[in-house]
Design a protein around this ligand. Structure first.
Ligand code: ADP
Ligand code: MG
Length: 140
């Protein structure tokens, strides 16, 4: 097992309900270290660029509107198997399917407003981290 990095985003539904600290505690409780973090309001262009892989999906437009509806917290998480570990603590995309004790089970409002994003592979993690952070902003 190797130390990895992954990109996490605390989404606008969660920042609006003041859940940043709770989610960070759940991430840290799962053994993930927050090695970079910033709060920002995504522009439409940033949201569309970030979710480019979903451009043909029917929910793409609504997703970009949602992701620009309020502040997000983008963060780099580091730890053993960080990509898989983060996906595990996040829970399933649809909170109705998310396991007990996961962030989406505890926090998500809907399949769209599901509180967190997490990279789905180490290749995508590298791209997504570079989308938001310069290497010197990441302090391991
Ligand atoms: P995940 O975030 O679990 O990796 P996806 O990559 O499939 O899920 O989708 C990206 C995001 O798009 C989801 O987190 C969610 O916010 C939104 N989304 C996914 N599926 C739907 C859907 N059927 N209806 C509305 N929004 C969706
Ligand atoms: Mg995804």
């Amino acid at each position: 097992m190797a130390i990895e990095r992954t990109l996490s985003i605390i989404k606008p539904d969660a920042t609006r309900r003041n859940l940043t600290g709770k989610i960070n505690a759940m991430l840290e409780g799962a053994g993930l270290r927050i090695v970079a973090q910033k709060r920002l309001r995504l522009t439409r262009a940033q949201a569309e660029g970030f979710y480019d892989v979903h451009a043909e999906r029917p929910f793409f437009n609504d997703l970009c509107t949602f992701m620009t509806s309020g502040p997000v917290v983008v963060q780099v998480l580091e730890g053993e198997s960080a990509v898989a570990k983060n996906r595990e603590v996040m829970g399933a995309t649809n909170p109705a399917d998310a396991a007990e004790g996961t962030i989406r089970k505890e926090c998500a409002e809907s399949i769209e407003a599901n509180s967190v994003h997490g990279s789905d592979s180490s290749e995508n993690a590298a791209k997504e981290i570079a989308f938001f952070f310069a290497e010197e902003e990441i302090v391991g």
